[in-house]
Each structure stands twice: as structure tokens, then as C-alpha cells.
Design a protein around this ligand. Structure first.
Ligand SMILES: [Zn+2]
Length: 476
């Protein structure tokens, strides 16, 4: 099964730097690390962006020329999965290499554990001497809500623009401009920059300039035709235009890296926090309360011209929890965060996908249709004591996908012909009883081993709750 470290305090190096405060002494051996030779790191996260709506993943509309180009100059993971299809918890999993049941934030609006506090990617960069900055576009990622601000010199969450819902989010060009101003002013320091784009999130606004995108010749994925379902087709066209809008802004940032002369020495990671159901699977819209392919299959691309072969595509199943360890290995730091759930993909990338250990890739969700807590709950948050079970857990292993609901009362086994395809329920006679009990045991063991009973704490003000609601997080 996917490896997790068994105890919280396993990996101690020489005591040169304390990362996580007095309760949790984590040491980095800085002598092992050479800042001069290390790359800059740019992490781009697109919210709500399913892999199969990007042209580099085979979609017919050219929604993502910039991302396509990035993939052509790097490596694209065809079968990447989010740990959880919810904005706050998913980003925390990326930044900690921990599953939600480890870091404690299992729905939007939850703060990560504070006792102990997970080590964040930005903290590591900060301690190594990088300048660190985050530019986020939506309320669920506010540092006061999530705890993601630790380690960032700048955590820009300016929502003074009126967009989508009043002051709860901002457009890609706003966040892009702000991040580029920071990049230009940062001087010659090494940087870790995270930019979060939110436009593809519901509601889908049609951007007229991206309403009629050019079509790819060798496409394999097509949206529903307007003649079949006009309403659904119109919504998907608007959704696609939101992706193209953010992709268009990202081009300016990549050009700036070229102009600054730092592109070749910058590791770029492009990823989505989760996908989106667009009327799939019997008419499901949105994300959060299920783990079918449209919401858990995400794009993931790494580009670093100095070290990553160009134009590679890797079919192995990988996870958002693998991002932190992969980044650390590319900057040359031999360090594991406490509880680390992912592993470095560097060797897999170097070998062109040949060196792959088949392991299940897990995901889950805790969301249910009416999960946003009533406002009075933020006064005395009690979920730490009443720790909940996830509503769904699942994994993919090779082409088999397993979804378990509740306490494994119903276990469904599917076959994926590829990550883009709909799950096909395997006929009962194709699922051996032995396999079924093995899948159940695997899921049980994984969850038990990672469910440490950390201590999530709520930090939601009345305003936070109103903003989350205004973004449609009645189902967070
Ligand atoms: Zn999201």
C-alpha cells in the first residue's frame, strides 16, 4: 500500500533549524543543501479543473495552449488524482503531503491541526532562504481559515474586487497581475511562488473572447453536443472558457520568467485541486460529495528544463500528496515531513515512467449535501471530539477502481479503460470474493493507519461563513 511514515517524529537531522515551533522540533540539515544551485519553484493551482478538459489531455477545444506548452517542455502525468475533491483540504494535502485525516482539515472551512502542526512546504523554503509568496483567489484558502500562511513572506488574499459573489473571490488576471508585480520586485533571491486561479469554479461565466476556441485535430474527448442537451452544452462551453481565461493569464507569468532570465532554473508545477462534474454520471454537477473520475482525476505537470526530459507522458497513478516530496527532491533536499504520505516522483520522471511500483492511489471525501456547519458552531467547535468518518473512500490500482461508502457497507469495484473514461461497474462474476475482501482490508488498513485523530480547530468568523456560503459551499 502507499507508504506512510509510522510516527510523527522519525526524521531528525542535525539540529540546525527548528521548523515547527516549540511543540514539534523538526530539523533540517542545511549543510546538505546548496541554495546557490537550487531552482526557483513556481506552483500553479487551477481550481475545479478536470484533466479531460485541457487540450494536452486530449480535449477537442484548445482550452489550454499555455499549459500544453508547459507539458511539451516537461512531463505530464496522465493519471493524477487529488487526495480529496475540496478546495481547502486538497491544497493543504499538497502543501503537507498528508491525507485530510492526517492534517485534520476534512471539509472547507476547517483549519489544519494545530497540535501538532503539520510542516508546510512554504516553511521549508523559508528556512532554506527562499523568498516565499502566495497569491490566492478564493475565500476557502484564506490563511486564517486554513492555516496555510505559515512560511510565506507574503500571503496575498486581497478580495476587494467584486466578482462572482461579493468579495469572496477574484479573477485570474487580478491574481496574476499581483503575483507578477511581486516577481518583478523580489530582487535576485531564490523564490517559491504559489499562484491559485479560481475562475473555472461555479458559477461558470462565459468569456466571449474564449467562447469559440479552436479545435484540436487529434482529440479524443468531446463535450455533449448542443443538439443533444443545449443547456448542458452551454454550461460546458462557459466552463471551458473560464479555463482558457486563466490559461491566457498564466502565459504572461511564464513570459515574465523568460524575460527575467530565470525560466530554465525554475521548477514549475501545474496542478488542479480537484475536477468538476458537468452533468456526468447521471446528471451530477459540482464537486465535493462524490469521488467519480470527473472530480478526482486532475491534471499534473512538472517542468524544469535543466533536469526534466521534455515532452514526457507518464501513465502511472500518482497523487497530490506526491507533490511535496517530488519538489524537495528536485531542490536537492533530503528531508521527509512527519507522517509523509506521498513519495518523490523524480526517479519515475527520470526513467520515463519505467520505474514504477504499482501501489493503490487513495482518495476520499467527507462532504455531504448539508455539511456547512451552522454559524453558532464556530463559537465552540466540537468536531475534534466528534471526529467523523469519511462519506466515501476509494482508490485506483492499475485499471481497477474501488469506491467504498460509509463503513464499507457497500464496496463497488469498477474497471477504467483509461482515467478519462467513466467507471464501468464490474459484473459480480468478474469480482472474485477474495479480491473483494482484499480491497476492503486494504482500504480499512490505509484509513486506520493514517487516521491519527489529529485536532482540527475551527477558525470561522461569521463573515467567513457568509463568504463560504456565497460561493456555493452549502455542500463545501
Ligand atoms: Zn477547489
Amino acid at each position: 500500500m502507499r507508504r506512510t511514515t509510522g510516527a510523527l517524529f522519525l526524521f531528525l537531522f542535525l539540529p540546525l533549524v527548528s521548523l515547527a515551533g516549540p511543540r514539534q522540533k523538526i530539523k533540517l540539515h542545511k549543510a546538505q543543501f546548496d541554495l546557490k544551485d537550487a531552482p526557483n519553484v513556481l506552483l500553479i493551482t487551477f481550481d475545479t479543473t478536470r484533466a479531460d478538459h485541457l487540450s494536452c489531455y486530449g480535449y477537442v477545444r484548445r482550452t489550454s495552449p499555455t499549459v500544453d506548452n508547459l507539458a511539451a517542455h516537461g512531463v505530464l502525468f496522465e493519471n493524477a488524482y487529488t487526495a480529496i475533491p475540496l478546495t481547502g483540504p486538497s491544497h493543504i494535502s499538497m502543501m503537507t503531503s498528508l491525507y485530510p485525516q492526517q492534517h485534520g482539515a476534512d471539509i472547507n472551512g476547517m483549519h489544519m491541526s494545530t497540535h501538532p502542526r503539520p510542516v508546510l512546504l512554504a516553511q521549508i523554503f523559508h528556512r532554506l532562504g527562499y523568498k516565499t509568496a502566495a497569491f490566492i483567489s478564493a475565500w476557502p484558502l484564506k490563511k486564517g481559515i486554513t492555516g496555510l500562511g505559515r512560511g510565506f513572506n507574503v500571503y496575498n488574499e486581497d478580495f476587494s474586487y467584486h466578482y462572482k459573489v461579493v468579495n469572496a473571490a477574484r479573477r485570474g488576471n487580478e491574481v496574476g497581475d499581483a503575483s507578477r508585480r511581486w516577481l518583478e520586485k523580489r530582487g535576485r533571491s531564490k523564490f517559491f511562488l504559489w499562484v491559485h486561479y479560481f475562475d473555472p469554479h461555479h458559477p461558470y461565466d462565459l468569456h466571449p473572447e474564449f467562447a469559440n476556441l479552436p479545435e484540436e485535430k487529434n482529440a479524443k474527448i468531446f463535450p455533449v453536443s448542443a443538439s443533444v442537451d443545449a443547456d448542458r452544452a452551454a454550461k460546458i462551453r462557459a466552463y471551458d472558457s473560464e479555463i482558457a481565461f486563466d490559461d491566457n493569464d498564466l502565459a504572461k507569468t511564464l513570459k515574465l520568467l523568460d524575460d527575467l532570465g530565470v525560466r530554465d532554473n525554475t521548477l514549475i508545477i501545474f496542478v488542479a485541486d480537484h475536477g468538476e462534474s458537468l452533468g456526468d454520471d447521471g446528471g451530477i454537477w459540482g464537486h465535493g460529495d462524490h469521488i467519480f473520475q470527473p472530480t478526482v482525476h486532475i491534471p499534473m505537470i512538472f517542468s524544469y528544463p535543466k533536469e526534466i526530459p521534455q515532452g514526457g507522458r507518464i501513465a502511472a497513478n500518482v497523487s497530490t500528496v506526491d507533490i511535496l516530496p517530488t519538489v524537495l527532491s528536485y531542490i536537492g533536499l533530503n528531508f521527509k515531513v512527519p507522517g509523509q504520505a506521498g513519495y518523490s516522483l523524480k526517479q519515475m520522471i527520470s526513467s520515463g515512467g519505467k520505474e514504477v511500483t504499482p501501489e493503490p492511489t487513495y482518495f476520499l471525501t467527507y462532504a455531504e449535501p448539508t455539511l456547512l456547519p451552522p454559524q453558532w458552531m464556530s463559537m465552540f467547535w466540537t468536531w475534534a471530539e466528534t471526529k467523523r468518518d469519511p462519506s466515501l473512500t476509494g482508490f485506483v490500482e492499475g485499471s481497477v477502481k474501488v469506491i467504498s461508502s460509509g463503513n464499507n457497507d457497500t464496496l463497488k469495484v469498477y474497471r477504467l479503460s483509461d482515467a478519462y473514461s467513466k467507471e464501468k461497474l464490474l459484473p459480480t462474476n468478474e469480482v472474485k470474493v477474495a479480491n473483494l475482501s482484499g480491497y476492503k482490508e486494504d482500504l480499512d488498513t490505509w484509513f486506520k493507519d493514517t487516521n491519527r485523530g489529529l485536532d482540527p480547530q475551527g477558525h470561522l468568523s461569521k463573515q467567513d461563513l457568509e463568504m463560504l456560503k456565497s460561493l456555493g459551499y452549502a455542500s463545501p
